[in-house]
Design a protein around this ligand. Structure first.
Ligand code: BV8
Ligand code: ZN
Length: 263
């Protein structure tokens, strides 16, 4: 475990990681709410986190939605508004830049669409995407600009008048099968598996680092502090992902001037 010296620009990487980056071909970035914190998207746990004010079961669950759809929509409208005005930060952009030198796969728990907006080509969204909505009755898809709320502030389907919901995975719900299978495949395929800005408490997503480790990947944690998963990592870099990820790009640029075609 090592923390880099200084702030922006002087971040040195551990020799072990530099050596791995010089021989790696395939990188996987498994990300959580922490990578979007510097864009202004609140995290879930820790100081000022969203869950501090609410219990996850009350808001991010179908049970909670069925009981109080108006409250759940109030929460998601607030988050949609935040996510509609934030930008990808240096961390998101650094992961996209690494496609210059490596095959890069992003597996994200985040629903904010910031990796795709930063230019990453391969993004698996394990927990859905807040920019999409669908009818809980008939499954019809609804973009944000076609949501007509009823008296309780709950958008209704024009086809079957069912309650429309955000296209996100709630607690107790299965993850999208294809995204999950592709993510497990990518974890097993990784030369270096980075875990960035996640507390590692939500399953089955949090089982992916172990999957990668068992398949022989070099495991790197990037977080502002230690987490439940820290003991399992080969290296832990403690600091802001917006500082550390650009430092990894700088090392990769110095190691391999070769430029890979963007696939
Ligand atoms: C399922 C979408 C099968 C909605 C989310 C007991 C044991 C084990 C598992 C369970 C259990 N009881 C229940 C379960 C299963 C449950 C679960 O894991 N619960 C946990 C809480 C115990 N999981 C499920 O229900 C999943 N489905 O299991 O299906 C099934 C099906 C039917 C019946 C039974 C089983 C579905 C889980 C999906 C939930 N949906 N989000 C929405 O977003 O509104 S989860 C939510 O948490 C987000 O996706 C979020 O990303 C995710 C994880 O949180 P993190 O991303 O890690 O964010 P967090 O704030 O926690 O941490 C941020 C980190 O960043 C911190 O470490 C911080 O230090 C760091 N950081 C901050 N700033 C920075 C930084 N790092 C670097 N730089 C910075 N600048
Ligand atoms: Zn419908």
């Amino acid at each position: 475990m090592s923390g880099p010296p200084g702030g922006r620009g002087e971040t040195a990487l551990p020799e072990t990681l530099t050596r791995r980056l010089s021989s790696a071909a395939r990188l996987v970035f498994f990300t959580g709410a922490g990578i979007s914190a510097e864009s202004g998207v609140p995290t879930f746990r820790g100081a000022g986190g969203i869950w501090e004010k609410f219990r996850p079961e009350d808001l991010a669950s179908f049970e909670g939605f069925r009981k109080n759809p108006g409250l759940v929509w109030e929460w998601y409208r607030m988050r949609k508004e935040i996510m509609s005005r934030v930008e990808p930060n240096a961390g998101h952009r650094a992961i996209a830049d690494l496609e210059r030198h490596y095959h890069v796969t992003v597996i994200t728990q985040n629903i904010d669409n910031l990796h795709r907006r930063a230019g990453s080509s391969v993004v698996h969204e394990l927990h859905g995407n807040i920019e999409r909505n669908y009818c809980s009755g008939c499954g019809a898809y609804y973009p944000d600009d076609r949501l007509e709320a009823d008296g309780e502030g709950v958008p209704r389907c024009v086809k079957c008048s069912g309650m429309i919901r955000p296209d996100v995975v709630w607690f107790g719900e299965f993850l999208p099968e294809e995204e999950w299978n592709d993510s497990v495949g990518a974890a097993r395929w990784a030369d270096v598996f980075f875990c960035v800005g996640t507390s590692g408490v939500v399953y089955p997503a949090a089982s992916l680092p172990g999957e990668a480790k068992r398949a022989g990947a070099f495991l790197v944690e990037i977080n502002t502090g230690p987490t439940d998963l820290t003991p399992a990592f080969d290296e832990s870099l403690f600091g802001a992902s917006g500082d550390l990820l650009p430092a990894i790009v700088a090392v990769a640029d110095s190691l391999s001037p070769r430029n890979m075609r963007k696939n």
